[in-house]
Design a protein around this ligand. Sequence first.
Ligand code: HEC
Ligand code: HEC
Ligand code: HEC
Ligand code: HEC
Ligand code: HEC
Length: 505
Amino acid sequence: MTRPIRLMLFSGLVCLALGIVLSLIMPETESDGLILGEDIPYYSLPWNDNPFFPGEITTSDGLLANWETVPSSEFCAQCHYREYEEWVVSIHAVSGPDIIYETAINANEHAHDNRHGTEKIRWCDSCHEPLLTLMGGVNPLPVVGPNDAAAEGTSCIVCHTAVASKPLAGNGALTLAINNINNYEPALILAAPAEHARAMQARTYNPLMGQSELCGACHTEIRPLAINGDEPMNLQDTFDEWRRSEYAEMNIQCQDCHMSSNPAEYIAALNRGEQPERVVSHRFVGINYLLTAADLPDNLVVFLRGGHPPGDIPRDEWRASLLEQQHLILSLLQEAADLALEAPETAVPGEELAFDVTITNSGAGHDLPTGPRDQRYMWLEIRVTDVNGDEIYHKGWFNEQTGEVDPEAIMYLKLLYDEQDERITEHILFDVDHIEYTRNPIPARSSDTIPYVFTVPVDSQGPLRVEVRLWYRLALQELATYLLKIDVVIPPVVMAETAVEIPLQ
Ligand code: HEC
Ligand code: HEC
Ligand code: HEC
Ligand code: HEC
Ligand code: HEC
């Protein structure tokens, strides 16, 4: 036996012994939660007596989570480094500090200076900063001390204490059994790993961990009446879109795609009719190719992610892993859609050329696009050139200098308007009065066909080349220019492309 292993075994045994002793002498703490008024004075309950309202997230004992004891990802990383390393490059790790989110919250003119301004943020924070909400941190008077986990957003302990979910209620509708201090003692963990696994809702004990319902609580966003409007307004419906899809029938959950170590490969195998083996990963690969762009100059990615990562992952390892995440994201976007182009065999100069483009949502387990569709959007670019490469038709152009997209493009975007019918382009959701789609999103495994027609110039020389591209963009340019005030054009990425040549008669 080599020395380090013997040492490890020895310290393991000491921990075990200590754990048994500790578990015998320590009283069984029922709850470590804090009581409103008693432990947390001056906490503001503006609308009703649910301390987390208008968020839907709550604790199993109804008490506030204790900011002194809730463990951070760094704590879990001591023994689960792989999960930590994957999670730390995910968007969940920055759902709070993400600078776009922070700026959106602070740009809200109702925030902080208005009646209930701060409390209204509990709605946003119940998904983006669930622990801060549960600790009572989202309050006009700062009555809660600093906590590393609260600053992380969707940290390990959020999902791993979730005992119940009401996905269609949304707004973070999870119940967390988070107030048991005994769960967070390393010695006790090692003394009784099965107890710990149960407390951390290991999938074998808690089936919810394997079900879309867990994710649905935060992937359903509904603006409550208390915030604004005459009726609740659904702003994100990813869970419900999935629930109505074939994937729900096929028992393919969010976790199956998004917690696969390579979601694009997993989906490709599914589409080949295989039953692919899944390797669990905490990267939660999605679409945010900007918050993973570690190769941007001036440390921009650190700025966008709201700072350096928690824990002691070496910086170059983190950067390399972010780029790997971006690579997985771009592959997933390319696996999401198929393009087909149906055009006549020949065309005639001086006459109309008509063709159809069909987009199929072939890989997403929900509508395409999904999520906050007032920012995430896609559009079609059609470019026709003659034999000399001269452009004779172009729809759906993108201006790389200004970030502008052809206003005549076929576009999948949700337009938000306030009461005065002014467009809201910066994702400030409080004042949205009505919504319009430029074109409806495409449900899972469905298609959308778009007819195009144009007149071939009389002097054209064939063959013509028709190129079709489906673009995806993370956010509107307004988000960078006016909200973040950074001089960066948000680049779009190609999801799918195809081309045909058409001879002229
Ligand atoms: C002191 C070491 C230690 C710490 C700290 C620790 N764990 Fe564990 N964890 C273990 C051990 C040991 C097991 C049981 C081994 C096993 O079967 O995976 C385990 C099991 C688990 C499981 C069940 C795994 C399965 O097989 O399904 C989950 C989930 C889990 N831990 C989550 C967490 C989270 C979240 C944290 C941070 C709040 C954490 N752990 C902190 C040591 C630790
Ligand atoms: C967004 C929710 C979410 C977050 C955040 C999260 N987990 Fe998990 N975790 C899950 C789910 C769901 C599973 C079960 C996956 C499955 O088997 O399908 C899981 C499984 C695990 C397991 C079991 C081992 C495995 O790989 O199957 C461990 C250990 C674990 N998580 C630790 C962590 C740690 C440590 C963190 C933080 C660094 C973390 N988790 C963050 C949802 C989450
Ligand atoms: C506590 C709330 C919460 C839970 C639970 C949760 N999420 Fe999320 N998730 C978020 C938030 C908030 C964001 C967006 C963060 C941002 O962009 O700042 C997000 C983003 C994502 C993204 C997009 C990543 C990207 O690259 O843009 C994916 C994919 C995702 N979640 C999948 C899941 C899956 C799968 C589960 C269930 C295992 C889950 N989420 C559970 C809150 C949650
Ligand atoms: C069959 C695989 C599959 C399943 C199941 C699935 N997704 Fe996705 N998801 C994708 C693909 C592909 C994309 C990228 C295309 C897109 O944006 O829709 C994606 C994108 C996302 C995004 C980012 C969307 C955006 O454009 O901002 C979120 C968030 C997300 N999924 C959450 C979920 C949740 C929550 C569930 C379960 C209710 C789920 N997904 C189920 C394949 C899947
Ligand atoms: C129901 C949970 C939930 C609530 C409530 C919620 N969000 Fe989000 N938010 C999400 C999810 C999930 C995503 C990302 C999904 C995706 O990538 O498709 C997101 C994305 C965002 C983004 C884009 C971040 C980026 O990096 O691109 C911003 C900004 C944002 N939310 C701001 C807000 C604000 C402001 C509020 C309150 C007015 C709010 N959110 C309320 C779940 C929520």
